[in-house]
Design a protein around this ligand. Structure first.
Ligand SMILES: Cc1ncc(COP(=O)(O)O)c(C=O)c1O
Length: 314
């Protein structure tokens, strides 16, 4: 396969049907769980899709011009940063990323390798410490361009245009009864959820949040599931398409991440484990309403690579 640049290889990620989950957790063989594995993207996560789309969108609007020496500034947990740093390297932008100081050091090293400058924010100041510090830096440097993933419509838009369309194509002969997605910026659950719901109004769109956070009530507590519940209700999140939120603990997420790695061979991270933990709670509810008279397909996402979470394995 021949491509003109790494940016052309974003998307078209595989969907994997979980195998052992049936005998271990599902009880009913009528239920299947599928995982769309976004770690296959360059940069290793779904956020490369939005990073490149936000840059393309800013170029279309004349805000960014390739190779003109402009600086992109963005608060990120690391994954959007990787996408921006890759696109920045290819398209000729300087990149400054503000990252909470409790996020993955491996990702920070990768970002530095791509030529990005890293500034750490004090995570003790709250879940959105990086967002707040980025605004302060932008105030002093008004020529920097902040793409602002939490409120940039180009974030959910790329999921409507690509991720959701890939899903529809892959499930053209199967129903999707539940879509389960974590909420950070809300970009992918909004973009995918809107399109899937348009196609099938009966689908249940389920949001995942760390135990103790209530995103819809604007209630956030410190937690260790990187990427989820980032301390604000993001502007791009379309709350109306979400049927239900499911809360998961760190330990449930860790166990399911371990399961995905050790038994399914998917080298994925903690928020991917959180999604599977939530999917299994749906299965548990379904099993209480036995017997199921039809097949039930649950689709969820794996977001980023296990490499940043290896210390959580035992
Ligand atoms: C590891 C991880 N999981 C989940 C998410 C949530 O994705 P979204 O921002 O589309 O809500 C993110 C977002 O940064 C992430 O980095």
């Amino acid at each position: 396969m021949l491509y003109n640049s790494i940016l052309e290889t974003i998307g078209k990620t595989p969907v994997i049907k979980l195998q052992k989950v049936i005998e271990q957790f599902l009880e009913s063989s009528k239920i299947a769980i599928y995982v769309k594995n976004e770690t296959f993207n360059p940069g290793g996560s779904h956020k490369t899709r939005i990073a490149f789309n936000m840059i393309k969108d800013a170029e279309k609007k004349g805000i960014l011009k390739p190779n003109a020496g402009q600086t992109i500034l963005e608060p990120t947990g690391g994954n959007t940063g990787l996408g921006i740093a890759i696109a920045g390297a290819v398209l000729g932008y300087k990149v400054i990323l503000i990252i909470p100081d409790n996020y993955s050091p491996q990702k920070q090293n990768l970002l530095k390798a791509l030529g990005a400058k890293i500034i750490l924010s004090d995570s003790k100041k709250g879940g959105n410490s990086h967002g707040e510090l980025a605004l302060e830096i932008l105030f002093d440097n008004p020529n920097y361009v902040m793409l602002n993933q939490s409120s940039n419509p180009a974030n959910p838009e790329i999921h409507r245009l690509t991720t959701a369309q890939e899903i529809l194509a892959d499930f053209s002969d199967k129903s999707i009864d539940y879509f389960v997605g974590g909420i950070g910026t809300g970009g992918h659950i909004t973009g995918i959820g809107e399109i899937l719901k348009k196609e099938n109004p009966n689908i249940q769109i389920i949001g995942v949040q760390p135990n103790g956070c209530e995103i819809f009530k604007n209630q956030f507590i410190p937690h260790k599931i990187q990427g989820l519940a980032v301390g604000i209700i993001p502007d791009v999140l379309n709350i109306n398409i979400i049927n239900k939120m499911i809360s998961v603990t760190f330990e449930e997420s860790r166990q399911m991440m371990k399961y995905l790695i050790r038994q399914e061979g998917l080298l994925v991270g903690l928020s991917s484990g959180a999604n599977l933990a939530a999917a299994l709670k749906i299965v548990h509810e379904l099993n209480q309403n036995q017997p199921l008279n039809k097949e039930v397909n649950i689709l969820t996402m794996a977001y980023d690579s296990a490499i940043d979470y290896l210390e959580l394995l035992d």
